[in-house]
Design a protein around this ligand. Structure first.
Ligand code: MN
Length: 219
C-alpha cells in the first residue's frame, strides 16, 4: 500500500514538527477508519503550528479542513478515499466522524483546559458566531440558512452532516449561528474559521485550572 505508506510518512513529518512543544503538553492522536464506503485516516496535534496535509477527494472540504488547521493552529493530516461516484455524502460525514474521534483522543482527560471557547468570524458580508463547550455532552445548534444549495459542485447541506458527526464523536456542545451573510462560500468558510478558533481556545490550557473545569469533577 504505497498510498498508506506515504500518508504515514507525512504524518510522521508533521509529528516531528510538533516535537518542539514539550511532551507533557503535546496532545495528538491518529485514527484510521475503514468501511465499505470510505477509508479515512486523520492525525491531529492540538498544540501545533497550523500545518496541514489534506486530501479527501472533495476540493471544497479540503479547503475547509486546511483553514481549520491554519486558524486553529493545529497540525492536521487527513487522507480520505470514498465512494465519490455515489456522491460526497459518505466521505464528508465520515471525515467528520474520524476527525471527531481523533480530537476526542487528542483531548484526553481534558485536565487543565479552558473547556469553553467562542469566536465570531467575518468574511466580507458574512458574519458567523461559533461557541464550543467541551462538556462531554454532544449537542449541535446550527442556525445557518443558505439560499444557494451548492458551492461549485459541493452540496452545502453536507456541512450540517459533517458538524453533527464531529459533535457526536468529540462529545461537545457546538452552537453555530449565522449573524448575517449572502455568499454560501463566505458563510461556510466563516463557520469553519470560527470553529477552529473556538475549539483552539476551548482546548487551550489555563494554568489556574487544576484538574478538570467542572464542579462534577469529570468532563
Ligand atoms: Mn475560500
Amino acid at each position: 500500500m504505497p498510498r498508506n505508506a506515504k500518508a504515514k510518512a507525512r504524518a510522521k513529518k508533521i509529528a516531528r514538527r510538533g516535537a518542539a512543544v514539550s511532551r507533557a503538553r503535546r496532545r495528538s492522536a491518529e485514527v484510521h477508519r475503514r468501511t465499505k464506503e470510505t477509508d479515512i485516516s486523520v492525525r491531529i496535534a492540538l498544540d501545533g503550528g497550523g500545518s496541514y496535509q489534506v486530501g479527501t477527494g472533495v476540493p471544497f472540504l479540503n479547503h475547509m479542513l486546511e483553514l481549520f488547521a491554519r486558524h486553529g493552529l493545529f497540525d492536521l493530516a487527513v487522507r480520505a478515499g470514498g465512494d465519490l461516484d455515489v456522491d460526497a455524502h459518505h466521505t464528508v460525514e465520515d471525515v467528520g466522524l474520524t476527525l471527531g474521534e481523533a480530537l476526542r483522543h487528542a483531548l484526553g482527560d481534558k485536565r487543565g483546559i479552558r473547556r469553553f471557547g467562542e469566536a465570531t468570524v467575518p468574511l466580507d458580508e458574512a458574519l458567523v458566531s461559533v461557541v464550543v463547550d467541551l462538556s462531554g455532552r454532544p449537542y449541535l445548534v446550527y442556525n445557518v440558512k443558505l439560499e444557494q444549495e451548492r458551492v461549485g459542485t459541493f452540496d452545502v447541506e453536507l456541512v450540517h452532516d459533517f458538524l453533527l458527526a464531529l459533535v457526536n464523536q468529540v462529545g461537545m456542545n457546538l452552537h453555530v449561528n449565522m449573524i448575517c451573510g449572502r455568499n454560501p462560500h463566505h458563510i461556510v468558510e466563516a463557520s469553519f474559521k470560527g470553529l477552529a478558533r473556538a475549539l483552539s481556545q476551548a482546548a487551550s490550557f489555563d494554568p489556574r485550572v487544576k484538574g478538570v473545569l467542572s464542579t462534577k469533577g469529570v468532563l
